[in-house]
Write a protein that binds this ligand. Sequence first.
Ligand code: ADP
Length: 183
Amino acid sequence: MIAIYPGSFDPITLGHLDIIKRGSRLFEKVIVAVLRNPNKKPLFSVQQRLEQIRQATKNLPNVDIDSFDGLTVNYAQMQNAQVLLRGLRAVSDFEVELQMAHTNKTLSTQIETVFLATSNEYSFLSSSVVKEIAKFGGSVDHLVPPHIALDIYKCYNQKSPVLNSTTTKTMSFPKKVSPDLGV
Ligand code: ADP
């Protein structure tokens, strides 16, 4: 069975990679599909994201990387995939994801959405959190693979910041990261 893991991946995080690794143990093939969305202004181009993901998944032989636009179900049918793989972090994800799964079901009854619950340590992690931390000079070394952390620091014109020991040990970040995030 072939699964598509669609998303923006701007950039891919350790949370996404955890879903990909676990998905690759469940399905014959997982296609990580970057959505080309002209309405969003991403930090990284589609080409950059494909390269970042390619490098991060190079040790997973049954994981392919691709990009697509248009309806995800159409893309899945084109790839002969039966499953859309999605990750669930919190109730907020659940509401959006359930609506999307139901909508996709109305478009194709052949394709099932399969959800994997986030691993505990990544339940807070999103691409936006990573960008927000980097924008304000914080370290993202514990949130993304090293080559992606470097790309991010380059974007924000920043040298790799040194984590303080508490942050490293607990894999968490201070309660008040930025007012924008509300955390
Ligand atoms: P989208 O724009 O489609 O939401 P994302 O790149 O933000 O794309 O996320 C793609 C998928 O990965 C979504 O199903 C999202 O819920 C899931 N995901 C994102 N971060 C995590 C995480 N830390 N743990 C588990 N799943 C995650």
